[in-house]
Ligand binder design. Structure first.
Ligand code: GLV
Ligand code: GLV
Length: 329
């Protein structure tokens, strides 16, 4: 029987043409709710489901599912209960690597936008409040010489470090907060002697810009909470291009309001797409709608990888990007 694919949301080319060459493809016209997705996955009509971050693939869905695999159109897989999938021999694929530079670009965009108050300034011009050059108009901060603290030192953190070094920032990192794991000089590679690793506590205390690059797991949930915010510099800026629940967003709103920290640049939210009460009213925030990987070539490449993962899984082969190799046993 030819492979049968369920695609929960239309994806860019070449995703669908690749899947269509390999089998029959059902594309849902609108994102399904959890009950509908569970029903479709349990129907036995599909070999692989190609999911989005907003599709919650939890233990309940997986217990009912008659699937060989789930191919996630993202690098992060926090929307999927990977342990439950592994327990049922369901393979999970993701799209690493291709979105690293694009996401690091957005981290830099948020650093520059918060430092130089770009969004506030744009608003002023559009609202007709720009009345001419002024010595004290919208003064911001220099990023050159400022300390960038990277929480995490994976691909995206390293790509962010590379950019920040070019801007003359001092780069510190804490490898796997909150736990500590020393990265060897050899693992540092091109960064040896150019970035310094510190404890999570030091990173929090010393950063002018604290940028989050950790996956969302049980140990990184609310990594940045009231206590951490209180230990940051009052002049510090929090940057989040990782996952919303890594930050206690209600605590962040309080901290931004009270001047506990100076500003925040966010691409992700704790209860996406909802925002914590008060967040959108604050001038010292730059808020983006989860566009870290949103470039034309990157989204096409993600579509290609997600399709290749799905095709391999349906054919009983190991997909190019398998999150849970343990499920093969
Ligand atoms: C996007 O957030 C991703 O995980 O790919
Ligand atoms: C994600 O791809 C990361 O490793 O940072």
């Amino acid at each position: 029987m030819s492979a049968r694919f369920l695609v929960t949301t239309p994806i860019p080319d070449p995703g669908l043409p690749l899947l269509e060459e390999a089998g029959t493809v059902t594309v849902l016209p609108a994102p399904p709710d959890h009950a509908r997705l569970t029903q479709l996955c349990a129907s036995g009509d599909y070999d692989v489901v190609l999911t989005q971050l907003r599709d919650r693939v939890d233990a309940e869905l997986l217990a009912a599912a008659k699937l060989r695999g789930v191919s996630n159109y993202a690098v992060g897989v926090n929307n999927i209960d990977v342990a439950a999938a592994t327990g049922r021999g369901i393979l999970v694929g993701n799209t690493p690597g291709v979105l690293t530079d694009a996401t690091a670009d957005v981290a830099l965009a948020l650093i520059l936008a918060t430092a130089r108050r770009v969004v506030e300034a744009d608003r002023m011009v559009r609202q007709g409040r720009f009345t001419g050059w002024e010595p004290q108009l919208l003064l911001g901060h220099d990023v050159t010489g400022a300390v960038l603290g990277l929480a995490g030192f994976g691909r995206i953190a390293r790509a962010t470090a590379r950019r920040a070094l070019a801007f003359g920032m001092t780069v510190l990192f804490a490898p796997r907060p909150p736990a500590h794991r020393e990265v060897t000089e050899e693992e540092l590679g091109e960064f040896a002697g150019r970035v310094a690793q510190v404890s999570w506590e030091d990173l929090v205390a010393r950063s002018d810009y604290l940028s989050l690059h950790v996956p969302l797991t049980v140990s990184t949930h609310h990594l940045v909470d009231t206590d951490v915010l209180a230990r940051m510099k009052p002049s510090a800026v929090l940057i989040n291009t990782a996952r919303g629940p890594v930050v206690d967003e209600t605590a962040l709103v309080t901290a931004l309001r009270n001047g506990t920290i100076a500003a925040a640049g966010l691409d992700v939210y704790e209860h996406e797409p909802a925002l914590a009460a008060g967040l959108a009213e604050l001038d010292n925030t730059v808020l983006l709608p989860h566009i870290g990987s949103a470039t034309v070539p990157v989204r096409a490449e993600m579509a290609r990888l997600a399709a290749l993962n799905a095709i391999a899984i349906a054919a009983g082969r190991t997909p190019p990007h398998l999150v849970n190799p343990e499920a093969l046993r």
